[in-house]
Design a protein around this ligand. Structure first.
Ligand code: MN
Length: 204
């Protein structure tokens, strides 16, 4: 049996209100995320990848048998991406990046506002479904880009530390077609202390 489990939300469904509504959180976590997990777990059952954590499997996507590689890419990616997504959000607390992450953002982008601008452009530049990412690359530098569908930065050799889901299911109930408003408002619920921890782990 697979050990993969749906990580519980560490906050209430309505904790991200008014920026992300409770109904979206309930559907997104309990329904969408569960399907990614179930489909991924079924695909890897009985393979050498079954015992691995999903992040390791995505790093080694090129080794995954071709017959299941696409389902692992889509649903393993969806499982891992959403697990990270819940973690990097929290009830609005007005936090900003500090410590090593704060210094790295200054060095790479100049200011948090400059990073935000570049990240938002990536989020808006994703045609159709996908994600905007802040990653640590193999040279331990920060980078921002968007990827389609559920493609994971892990499969490119990067470590994601912040991701924004721009699939319509992530915002349509509240924002309808207004992706820009969702993207802008989302920064209110970014959990910077957690992103800073993920950064420190990634560069260690
Ligand atoms: Mn999603």
């Amino acid at each position: 049996m697979s050990e993969h489990i749906l990580p519980p939300l560490r906050y209430a469904y309505d904790a991200l209100e008014p920026w992300i509504d409770a109904e979206t959180m309930r559907l997104h976590h309990d329904k969408h995320h569960q399907v990614y997990l179930d489909t991924f777990a079924k695909a890897i059952a009985g393979t050498a990848f079954e015992p691995l954590v999903v992040t390791e499997t995505l790093r080694r996507l090129f080794e995954v048998p071709e017959a299941i590689r696409t389902v692992v890419r889509n649903h393993g990616g969806g499982f891992a991406n959403h697990s990270l997504f819940w973690e990097v959000m929290a009830a609005p607390a007005g936090s900003r990046p500090t410590g090593a992450l704060g210094r790295a953002i200054s060095a790479s982008f100049g200011t948090l506002e400059a990073l935000t601008e570049r990240f938002n452009a990536a989020a808006m530049g994703q045609f159709g479904s996908g994600w905007a990412w802040l990653v640590v690359d193999p040279a331990r530098e920060l980078a921002v880009y968007n990827l389609p569908n559920q493609d994971s930065p892990l499969s490119k050799g990067d470590t994601p530390i912040l991701g924004l889901d721009v699939w319509e299911h992530a915002y349509y109930l509240k924002y309808q077609n207004r992706r820009a408003e969702y993207v802008k408002n989302w920064w209110n619920v970014v959990n910077w202390p957690r992103v800073a921890e993920l950064y420190e782990t990634a560069v260690r």
